[in-house]
Design a binder for this molecule. Structure first.
Ligand code: ADP
Ligand code: ZN
Length: 724
């Protein structure tokens, strides 16, 4: 008999422990999924470990003091995870203070996730030759038969299309038989390109990375300085040693050029893994890697969990990007996982960015990471940046969306047939709908946020929970019928652009226009084919776009992000400005950037405009030191949520009092956050310098909360990226 310890999937994930089941099947091993009965329900479990035993089920039950049950069925033929991934899950659970099963779930593509027993694996029909001996074949039949025999197997589709005239006959003669096989990823063909000759600067940087004694290297290089080319050439060397390469990007659809360039270099040796794939596609890519059919993986956050077994290099491009942090349980940061896996495989991690995160740069300054810099663009020209005071312009009677200077520049580009990108980090038409008579602002019923007006659909939307409401005519408070629309979003900006430049073709890219699969790609391709002159969008257009004819970027409300109370809002604003500016003038044509801001003298704007990362770094570090925020301290946020405000608050209070006994770090709160989807949220924030002790104390308090069967649900965020 086999005794198995099984993780159990449970809706509220409060069961962070394994349960004992038994099986007669000797093939049962760790990492397989099983069907079991748990409290009368049939659910899927994930086998943690097994042990062979001569005991009978009765003896075992007697010894353990409860009646042990048998496993109903074993789902998988082979173990889903490698030993390394299994250890990674435990490590991650500990570091992020989340249940182990949630880490396994985060790691596996949903087709093979612990909860996925309903999802079937797609099969395809293939052919092979049978044991029947061929007699008297025609020459044509013989060719086909021998071809298949030599290649052992082929997909039925390919077999029939290649040997149209004889394939069917050979099947009828039972010389060729069908069999079912898991469908695997189809590779599209791309034209291959050779490596570029590295510039002197690139050669130096590459050598420095290779020689670096630290395993983690921060590659700080301005946009267009040739970082990607360095990654690709280092990847080539790793592949030649028959090792694997992982290249991470923040979002595939926003960085289409990266995928393109990797494919042009390595052809069918590449797997692409990201959240935009459907379950079947994800599963196929996962299998490509597990069965060593490719060496290179390009992907987003979750690609860091691919089943590599001999990694030679990890590249994390745009390492500062916030999408590398998962915002649901387990709230891991992809960078931490990269570093952990690289350590297990003994390989290097390159963190690349034009605007490194303060956390990473501070580590590089302290020699925890290596630091390599590329300070010149390949084409030796950074765009010229002009700051405009929106306040000043409004005083002169100009539009607050498009100042006269920006309009003039746009006109100039349009007349030259060049292209323009306008960035406004707010979607919709207007962020609020306000009653002109009483000042009432329409709020979401389920969240404590104002509803945004969307003119095109003539409706109100909550940008937090996604609720959509029809527009109302009469103010619920004073019965007034006049509404005003203060502020503006991308829809209103697009309207203003079309009014100012009649006949111009615009493309708008924001969450509203890109909800469908491949929508990003279609919009970007159209812009690339110059079907539109102006691309208007939210922060999603600031990322990796590379269009040679874009010579003007306008950041319409550059300091909008500074109003947030979050301690990282200055950093985010700086990143956005520099990244957006980096889209302009990337080929021979000289680029320009116009930054419109209400406070153009703020250091995020001035240093962003001059692309002066070091000055920004120093100023921002000083501010963090004064406020004792990261990277000077560590934070752990614990949020309690419940339909009842008092339940959440009381749980938070008792949690805080457990932590306060420690007295090694600060415990801030409880503080109330915005209500989301009818759930009140109360936060406790731990802040301190002794990260290990702080994590230990929080882990302990979380266990206490779970064992006391508290009602509110709790989510822990170690190293939160934002606090709103
Ligand atoms: P980054 O990743 O730093 O933004 P890229 O690697 O994308 O920079 O390079 C910017 C541009 O310069 C790209 O169009 C790229 O093809 C080109 N480039 C990069 N390295 C070289 C080189 N050694 N010789 C010629 N062109 C290069
Ligand atoms: Zn809402």
């Amino acid at each position: 008999m086999v005794i198995a310890q099984v993780w159990i999937e449970h809706a509220n994930l409060k069961l962070d422990q394994t349960y004992t089941y038994v099986s007669d099947d000797d093939s049962l091993c760790a990492g397989k999924r099983v069907l079991i009965n748990f409290n009368g329900r049939n659910i899927v479990g994930f086998v943690d470990s097994v042990e062979r035993s001569d005991e009978t089920i009765q003896q075992l039950s007697k010894r353990l003091g409860f009646s042990v049950k048998k496993i109903d069925d074993i789902i998988d033929q082979e173990s889903l995870v490698t030993d390394e991934l299994r250890n990674l899950a435990f490590w991650m659970a500990k570091e992020t203070i989340s249940p182990v099963i949630s880490c396994f779930q985060a790691m596996l593509p949903s087709k093979i996730k612990p909860s996925s027993h309903h999802k079937t694996i797609k099969m395809e029909t293939w052919v092979k030759v049978s044991d029947v001996q061929p007699v008297r074949l025609t020459p044509k039949q013989n060719v086909a038969y021998l071809f298949l025999k030599k290649h052992q197997e082929m997909s039925l589709t390919q077999w029939r299309s290649e040997f149209k005239s004889v394939s069917k006959k050979l099947e009828d003669l039972n010389l060729v038989i069908h069999f079912e096989k898991e469908a695997s990823a189809k590779q599209e063909m791309v034209e291959m390109k050779a490596d570029l000759v590295l510039t002197k600067e690139q050669k130096r940087a590459k050598k420095e990375i290779e020689k670096c004694k630290q395993n983690v290297v921060l590659l700080h290089g301005v946009t267009g300085s040739g970082k990607t080319e360095i990654y690709l050439q280092m990847a080539r060397e790793v592949i030649q040693k028959n090792k694997q390469v992982l290249i991470l990007v923040p979002e595939i659809s926003l960085t289409p050029q990266m995928v393109q360039r990797v494919k042009e270099r390595f052809g069918s040796d590449v797997a692409i893994y990201h959240s935009g794939l459907n379950d079947q596609e994800k599963y196929e890519q996962y299998q490509l890697i597990r069965h060593h059919q490719v060496h290179v993986v390009v992907g987003t956050r979750s690609a860091v969990f691919m089943p590599f077994d001999h990694l030679g290099l990890i590249v994390m491009d745009e390492e500062h990007d916030q999408s590398y942090k998962q915002d649901s349980v387990p709230q891991y940061h992809c960078r931490d996982i990269c570093i952990q896996r690289a350590m297990m495989h003994g390989c290097k991690v390159i963190l690349g960015s034009a605007t490194p995160s303060l956390d990473s740069y501070a580590r590089a300054v302290k020699n925890v990471y290596g630091l390599v810099t590329l300070s010149e663009r390949i084409n030796h020209s950074l765009p010229e940046v002009i700051c405009v005071s929106t306040k000043e312009a409004m005083r002169k009677g100009q539009s607050y969306m498009l100042t006269d200077l920006l309009k003039e520049k746009i006109n100039d580009r349009l007349s030259k047939g060049e292209q323009v990108i306008l960035l406004l980090n707010r979607r919709g038409y207007s962020p609020v709908l306000k009653c002109a008579d009483c000042g009432e602002v329409l709020m979401c019923e389920h969240c404590d946020v104002a509803l945004s007006y969307h003119k095109q659909d003539n409706c109100l939307k909550c940008h937090v929970c996604g609720a959509v409401k029809p527009l109302i005519r009469i103010c619920p408070k004073c019965k007034g019928t006049h509404w005003i629309l203060p502020g503006f979003g991308t829809q209103k900006l697009e309207e203003e652009v079309q009014k100012s430049f009649p006949g111009v073709v615009t493309i708008r890219m924001d969450a509203d226009t890109t909800s469908k699969k491949n929508a990003h790609q279609k919009l970007l391709d159209a812009f690339g084919r110059k079907e539109a002159q102006i691309l208007i969008g939210t922060q999603m257009i600031a990322k990796g776009l590379d269009y040679p004819d874009v010579t003007l970027v306008g950041v319409v409300n550059a300091d909008a992000g500074l109003n947030h109370t979050d301690f990282r809002s200055v950093e985010t604003t700086f990143h956005l400005i520099v990244q957006a500016s980096g889209r302009s003038g990337r080929s021979e044509k000289k680029g320009e950037v116009v930054l419109q801001a209400f406070d153009p003298h703020h250091y995020a704007i001035t240093t962003g405009a001059s692309n002066d990362f070091l000055t920004f770094f120093q100023k921002e570090m000083e501010y963090r030191r004064l406020t004792q925020n990261p990277p000077y301290t560590y934070l752990i946020s614990i949020v309690f949520s419940d339909m009842s405000e008092s339940v959440a608050r009381n749980d938070a209070l008792s949690f805080a009092s457990v932590l306060r006994k420690e007295n090694i770090f600060k415990v801030l709160g409880p503080s109330e956050l915005t209500r989301i989807q009818d759930r009140h949220r109360i936060r406790i924030l731990c802040k301190g310098k002794d990260f290990l002790k702080m994590k230990e104390a929080v882990r302990h308090a979380v266990e206490l909360h779970r064992s006391n069967k508290k009602r509110s649900s709790l989510s822990v965020d170690v190293n939160p990226q934002h606090l709103d």
